[in-house]
Ligand binder design. Structure first.
Ligand code: SAM
Length: 395
């Protein structure tokens, strides 16, 4: 059991989630135009992209993955290295690249690897934010190893469509490739991963473009040809929408309505009349939220527990009243936050809970580690109004 947990954590730390075979097959077909071309997969994992094209080079920092990749692609070359180190010293250049970069969030993507990654990007004229996940520098540095005219086809997280740190990546791609295509896929491509993924195809390295091609697919379907855009998104238009592609996926009549309201004298942004926030982030929901029975068993005083809305489903009734909370109590639901401030005197039962094996484990988590004291969940407030989104509810 412990071994499995270690494996999962290690897998997460390396962003090691492998691509479904039919997606790998499509991306290699898009990237490779000629059998003589030399292809790079900068995070090759078990070599499933390399196995599809004999003239290929793969890199991975995981020795086990590298030995699988060497077996899977006997005619290719596989390097066991940190990609950014390797990229900083190799003189090789490639006709094309295909793969699936690791998605490691900035909190874990740290140290020398990150420093080297951002330095290489800066050399290319890509000023990436300190909040970038690993995939962002991965794409830029991979592109920088292409020959002029080269192309690449990659899995990317769907946040390329909206994350602020993705904007400099797309901006750099528009300045560095003659054709940039983003394929948005609504249904999950990786069934067991919470991350939604899209695809990115870029051709004509060394050129530039004033627009992105954008296409929207309900689900991923294998196609041997590079994508054909449904929508041509001028870079100017993309900037006007806050350097986000996602709003442009909305039907244009909905965007028009939004713009009409936004620009009207009769509307005011909500943020101007109210404080708007996403609520608190506990860092370990199962630990900080208790059922009444559990709190009673542990002797945790009720005054230290605050009723809390944990899911959009709880808002369906339209209001949270004393009766609602009484219902949560009666149903013994884990909707009670252990709300401790830095100054709260800690009764013995609470100290025992915080020092339990689970508490010792939880305090190592990122969100807990970076606050003092680790158990004081910040920004807990009682709102006047809840707004839900992506809840499937309509007006
Ligand atoms: C998302 S997986 C992709 C594997 C394979 N390309 C696929 O799609 O099936 C990312 C891979 O990147 C590797 N990796 C993560 N960080 C790396 C780094 N800094 N240098 C080299 N490889 C790295 C992981 O070991 C993992 O195998």
């Amino acid at each position: 059991m412990v071994a499995v947990e270690h494996h999962v954590t290690d897998q997460k730390a390396r962003g090691a989630y492998y691509t479904p075979p039919e997606a790998a097959a499509a991306l290699v077909r898009w990237a490779v135009r000629d059998p003589d071309e030399h292809m790079l997969d900068p995070s090759c994992g078990d070599g499933r992209f390399l196995a599809l094209h004999p003239r290929s080079t793969g890199v991975d920092c995981d020795a086990t993955a590298v030995s699988s990749a060497t077996e899977a692609a006997p005619r290719g070359t596989v390097e066991c290295a940190d990609f950014f180190d390797w990229a900083g010293s190799t003189t090789q250049r490639f006709d094309c690249a295909a793969g699936n970069p690791p998605f490691i969030r900035y909190q874990r993507f740290t140290g020398e690897t990150r420093r080297q990654a951002l330095k290489l990007c800066a050399t290319q004229g890509a000023k990436l934010s300190g909040l970038s996940s690993s995939w962002a520098p991965y794409l830029v540095v991979t592109a920088s190893l292409l020959r002029p005219g080269g192309r690449m086809a990659f899995v990317v997280p769907a946040e390329i469509g909206h994350a602020p740190y993705a904007a400099p990546v797309l901006d750099w791609f528009a300045r560095s490739f003659a054709d940039v295509q983003v394929v948005a896929v609504r249904r999950k491509l990786f069934a067991d991963l919470s991350e939604d993924v899209w695809l990115l195809y870029a051709d004509g390295f060394g050129g530039s473009t004033d627009h992105f091609g954008l296409s929207l697919h309900e689900r991923f379907v294998f196609r041997s040809e590079p994508p054909i855009a449904d929508t041509r998104v001028p870079v100017r238009e993309w900037r006007r929408w806050g350097s986000r592609l996602r709003p442009i996926l909305l039907p244009s009549r909905i965007r028009d309505v939004y713009e009409k309201f936004r620009d009207s004298d009769r509307t005011t942004p909500l943020g101007r009349v109210a404080g708007v926030g996403i609520g608190y982030v506990s860092g370990a929901n199962d630990f900080f939220h208790l059922r009444p029975s559990e709190a009673d068993e542990r002797g945790i005083p009720r005054e230290l527990l605050r009723p809390t809305v944990r899911s959009g489903r709880e808002l369906q009734a339209g209001a949270i009243t004393d009766e609602t909370v009484a219902g949560w109590r009666a149903d013994d639901r884990p909707n009670f936050l252990l709300a401790l401030g830095a100054e709260t005197p800690l009764p013995d039962p609470v100290i025992r809970y915080l020092d339990s094996p689970r508490g010792v484990e939880v305090r190592q988590r990122y969100k807990c580690r970076v606050r003092t004291p680790w158990y004081a969940v910040p920004h807990v407030s009682v709102p006047d109004l809840f707004l839900s989104y992506m809840s499937g509810e309509g007006l």
